[in-house]
Design a protein around this ligand. Structure first.
Ligand code: Q46
Ligand code: ZN
Ligand code: ZN
Length: 328
């Protein structure tokens, strides 16, 4: 692929970036990504060089790119992989995460929902009546927090990119969901019992993190989680991609201006939400009730017979999942 010349060195470009109105060679594209991540870290005071950082790693492009970037920038960052028990997607994704860590001599902590807690996401979805992504999000959030706190990590890093954040913002705005809007920030400060949470890739698009991995020779899992197909998040991403195609840069303005101009107005609202927490009688983590939502999911799901992933996919997602498996 030749996108004419790099804006910086005039050598052949490997990528065109309409929102920057420019093309870049591999070397200068890498420099641009590094600068964008450094800017996000600095502007939002995300990380300190002394921090012990835990990166939530899924084996996909974003989490491996953010881990790679942080190591390259000189931070101390270990990985956390959570085995969700989603058909063959989970063991495959774990393989990518483990190989990335092994090849670079990095530490990867692994938690497996089935082995460690007696359930998996398809079973939790069926047993609790939650949609799979809700059972999954709740489990992951609890484990990111608890593993970080138990192992002395000050910060949890996730690989959410600009497309992810803009799509979530779009969904929250369509509903004017103030509780979620108030918490949709690139940094959530540490509070009693919770680590700081940061998203250093908020200035990079999905296409840019994929290109980072290609240029850096990072082998990542291309497949999306089978549960993602047909969900609202993906639909919002497609809508915003269409807006971006018509007006390059619109996605970044939508999200980054929200963070700069709107989020400060909602700050006090976010604070109200973390006040008044008690302690879970089962795991000891902070909760608003007597038993936290995670422990309730564990109790209900671990008592349920295992449910195969096909049974909890939407009709469309199941057809795609089964046809993928027939082809391979
Ligand atoms: S992993 Fe989990 Fe995602 Fe799969 S079940 Fe949904 S939330 S789509 S990031
Ligand atoms: Zn160049
Ligand atoms: Zn609990």
């Amino acid at each position: 692929m030749n996108y004419s010349k790099c804006r910086v060195c005039k050598e052949p470009a490997i990528i065109d970036l309409p929102r920057h109105n420019a093309n870049f060679c591999g070397e200068h594209f890498i420099q641009l990504c590094r600068r964008q991540v450094e800017k996000a870290i600095k502007d939002h005071r995300m990380l300190d060089p002394k921090d012990r950082i835990l990166v939530a790693v899924s084996g996909g492009k974003d989490s491996l790119a953010v881990w790679d970037l942080l190591i390259e920038l000189g931070y101390q960052a270990d990985g956390l992989y959570i085995g969700l028990g989603i058909g063959d997607y989970s063991p495959t994704s774990e393989g990518y995460a483990q190989r990335f860590a092994d090849q670079r001599g990095l530490k990867l902590i692994t938690v497996d929902l089935r082995q460690d807690f007696g359930y998996d996401i398809p079973t939790a979805s069926r047993a609790t009546g939650r949609v799979p992504c809700s059972a999954c999000g709740l489990s992951k959030r609890h484990l990111f927090d608890s593993v970080a706190m138990e192992n002395g990590y000050e910060v949890v890093v996730t690989g959410h990119n600009l497309d992810d954040e803009a799509a979530v913002l779009f969904g929250n705005t369509l509903r004017w969901d103030i509780d979620y809007l108030a918490r949709q920030l690139p940094v959530l400060p540490a509070t009693p019992g919770f680590p700081k949470k940061v998203k250093p890739l908020v200035r990079l698009t999905e296409r840019e993190t994929a290109a980072w991995c290609v240029v850096r020779g990072i082998d990542y899992l291309l497949d999306e989680c089978p549960m993602a197909l047909g969900n609202r998040h993906l639909a919002h991403k497609n809508t915003l991609n269409e807006v971006e195609r018509q007006s390059p840069g619109a996605k970044a303005l939508f999200y980054l201006n929200f963070v700069e101009k709107m989020a400060p107005l909602l700050a006090s609202h976010g604070q109200e939400m973390v006040d008044g927490l008690g302690t879970c009688d089962s795991c000891g983590r902070p909760t608003t009730g007597t038993t936290c939502a995670f422990c309730r999911v564990v109790a209900t799901s671990s008592a349920h017979e295992p449910v195969p992933v096909e049974l909890v996919l939407s009709k469309k997602a199941r057809a795609a999942y089964l046809s993928d498996r027939q082809e391979t």
